[in-house]
Design a protein around this ligand. Structure first.
Ligand code: UN1
Length: 515
C-alpha cells in the first residue's frame, strides 16, 4: 500500500515541508540553502522524503549573533508573557498533532500512535511551561546581620544549545525549548541528521505564533548538519548551556568540550534498563510492561527495556508467556495501526542489531526467539527486523552495552539482593522497574539500597515517563534532568542577593574592621 493512502503528502504540505528545504533558521526566517544537502529517507518505505541543507560556518555565525541580540530583548519580556507565547504554541501543536505525528512516524519509523503520543508530550510540556512561567521562584533566607535582607533569584542564562536524537525527533526539543523560553533563554537546535525534516516542521509551526507576538528573530534557531555542527555548539563560549540527548560516546565528547570551557551541560544519554519480575508479580501486568518496554519504538527509546531479571521460581512461566506474546506481534508499516512494531531507523541500525545477535552467541548467550531482517512486500526499506528474546548473563559484554534495537535479555535471580545488584550492575543508570505486589520488595527497590537509576517504577515498565517528573539518569546516562519538577533551574543562573537597609555596615561572621 502506498504511504500516500496514509496521508503523508498532505501532512508534508500542511507542515510546509518541500522537496528541498533550508536547514538554517533564526525563527521566522530561513537562511537559504548553502551547505551540502542531507537526504532524508523514510525507514518505512525507503523513499526520499525531502532534502535539507546543512548549516555552513558563516550561517552558524549569523545565527549565534542573531540569538545573542534576541536574548537582550527576550529577557526583558515578563516571564508570564513569554509563557503566553508558549501557550499559543501549544494551541498550534494541537492543530498540527495529526500531521506532525504522521511526519514523526514516517521520518523516524515509530508507530503513528507513538508519533501522536510524542506530539502530545510537546503539548503537555507547553501547558507545564505556561504554569511554570508564573513560578520561577527563589528562596528568601534570614540574614545573620540586622536590617539586612537576603534572597535568591533565578535569571536567564542566554543561549541554550540543544542537540537532539532521532528517536524522539520533536519532543526532546520541546522539553528543552519550552522551559528555556519561559526562563528567558533563546535556543539553537541541532536535530539529528537522521530526522532533519521534523525540525523544519516544528520551526514552521512556531512561525505564525512568533510573528503574531513580535517575538524577536533569534529566539528559536535551527542548525542542521552532522557532528561538526555539534562540535561548534559544544565549544562555543557564547552558549552557556548545552543540552544533549544521544549515545554515551557522543555525550562524553559534548561533556568534555563544554567542560573544557566551564560551561554547563545537561546530558541525557544511554540506558540499559531492566525490569525485575519477582515471584509476587502480577504476571499480566509484568508481561505487558515488558513487551511494550522491549519492542515499543522498535527498542529505540533510551528507556527501552533491555533486561528482564526474573525470579527462578517463575522463570520458565514468564519465558513461555513472553515468547507467546512476541509471536503475536505484527511487524510492518508503522502508519498502519494494525501493526505493533515498525522499522529500525536505518540500515546502520540493522547492522548493529545483526552484530549484537552475533555477539550474544559468540559470548555464550543463547537466542530463544530468533531474529532476522524481513524482506519482501512491505519491507522494501530493509529496516524491518524481528524482535529477539535471548538468555544471557548480566556480565556479558554485549549485555552491558546499549544496542538500540528490540533485543531483550532474560536472566534469573534467587534473592532480591541479587536482583537489585544485577539491575544496578551496568554503567548506565536511566530507568528501572520492579513488578511485585509485595510492599517490602517494592519499597526496598525504591529505597537508597535499591535501584540506582534516575527513574525507578513499580508495576510500570521502564519506558513511557510522563513530562511532569524530572527525566534523566545517573552514572553514564549523564546526570541531567529534563522536563518536569524543578528541571527548569538548569536553564537559569542563581543569584544570591543581600541588601542592607540599615544605617551601618555590620560585617558577616562577626568580623570587625575599624579604621
Ligand atoms: C528517549 O528515548 O530519549 O519515557 C526519551 C519515555 C519517553 C521519553 C523517552 N517519554 O519513554
Amino acid at each position: 500500500m502506498s504511504n500516500d493512502n496514509f496521508g503523508i503528502s498532505e501532512a508534508l504540505k500542511a507542515l510546509g515541508i518541500k522537496a528541498e528545504n533550508s536547514g538554517s533558521s533564526t525563527g521566522t526566517k530561513w537562511l537559504g540553502s548553502k551547505g551540502e544537502l542531507i537526504e532524508s529517507y523514510s525507514p518505512v518505505d525507503g523513499k526520499l522524503i525531502g532534502k535539507v541543507s546543512t548549516t555552513t560556518e558563516d550561517q552558524y555565525e549569523e545565527i549565534v549573533k542573531t540569538a545573542e541580540e534576541a536574548f537582550k530583548s527576550w529577557r526583558l519580556i515578563p516571564a508570564p508573557k513569554r509563557g503566553e507565547v508558549v501557550r499559543q504554541i501549544g494551541e498550534e501543536l494541537r492543530k498540527y498533532k495529526e500531521s506532525l505525528g504522521k511526519l514523526v512516524s514516517y521520518e523516524m519509523g515509530k508507530s503513528y500512535q507513538e508519533g501522536l503520543g510524542e506530539v502530545q508530550e510537546m503539548i503537555d510540556i507547553c501547558d507545564f511551561a505556561v504554569g511554570l512561567s508564573r513560578q520561577l521562584h527563589g528562596l528568601t533566607m534570614h540574614s545573620e546581620r540586622p536590617n539586612h535582607r537576603m534572597y535568591e533569584q533565578y535569571h536567564p542564562l542566554g543561549i541554550v544549545g540543544i542537540i537532539s536524537a532521532f528517536n524522539f525527533p520533536v519532543a526532546v526539543w520541546s522539553w528543552n525549548t519550552m522551559l528555556a523560553w519561559v526562563c528567558g533563554d533563546v535556543c539553537i537546535w541541532k536535530p539529528s541528521e537522521k530526522t532533519p525534516l521534523c525540525s523544519i516542521a516544528c520551526q514552521n509551526i512556531i512561525t505564525k505564533v512568533f510573528e503574531a507576538n513580535n517575538v524577536p528573530e533569534g529566539v528559536s534557531c535551527v542548525v542542521n548538519g552532522d557532528y561538526k555542527i555539534g562540535q561548534l555548539i559544544s565549544s562555543d563560549k557564547r552558549i552557556p548551556l548545552v543540552s544533549a540527548t544521544g549515545s554515551i560516546r557522543m555525550g562524553k565528547k559534548v561533556g568534555e568540550a563544554v567542560g573544557a570551557r566551564l560551561g554547563k551541560s545537561l546530558l541525557e544519554l544511554g540506558g540499559n534498563n531492566a525490569i525485575i519480575i519477582t515471584e509476587n508479580a502480577d504476571l499480566e501486568i509484568a508481561i505487558t510492561g515488558a513487551l511494550f518496554g522491549a519492542v515499543g519504538t522498535c527498542g529505540q527509546r533510551c528507556t527501552s527495556t533491555r533486561r528482564l531479571i526474573i525470579h527462578d521460581s517463575i522463570y520458565e512461566d514468564v519465558k513461555n508467556k513472553l515468547t507467546n506474546a512476541y509471536k503475536q506481534l505484527r511487524i510492518g508499516n508503522p502508519l498502519d495501526e494494525k501493526n505493533h512494531v515498525g522499522p529500525l531507523i536505518d540500515k546502520d541500525a540493522v547492522k548493529m542489531y545483526e552484530n549484537a545477535l552475533e555477539a550474544v552467541k559468540a559470548q555464550g548467550g543463547s537466542i530463544i526467539l530468533e531474529g532476522g531482517v524481513l524482506s519482501g512486500e512491505g519491507y522494501e526499506s530493509g529496516c524491518y527486523v524481528k524482535p529477539v528474546i535471548a538468555e544471557a548473563s548480566n556480565d556479558l559484554q554485549i549485555v552491558q552495552e546499549e544496542t538500540f534495537a528490540p533485543i531483550l535479555y532474560l536472566m534469573k535471580y534467587s534473592t532480591i539482593d541479587e536482583a537489585i545488584e544485577m539491575q544496578n550492575g551496568v554503567v548506565q543508570g536511566l530507568s528501572s522497574a520492579i513488578m511485585t505486589t509485595n510492599m517490602r520488595e517494592a519499597e526496598r527497590f525504591l529505597s537508597h539500597q535499591g535501584s540506582d537509576c534516575g527513574i525507578a517504577n513499580v508495576n510500570i515498565g521502564t519506558s513511557g515517563a510522563e513530562i511532569g517528573g524530572a527525566f534523566g539518569g545517573e552514572k553514564e546516562t549523564g546526570g541531567g534532568r529534563e522536563s518536569g519538577s524543578d528541571a527548569w533551574k538548569v536553564y537559569m543562573r542563581r543569584q544570591t542577593n543581600t541588601l542592607n537597609y540599615g544605617t551601618e555596615l555590620p560585617l558577616a561572621q562577626g568580623i570587625k574592621f575599624d579604621f
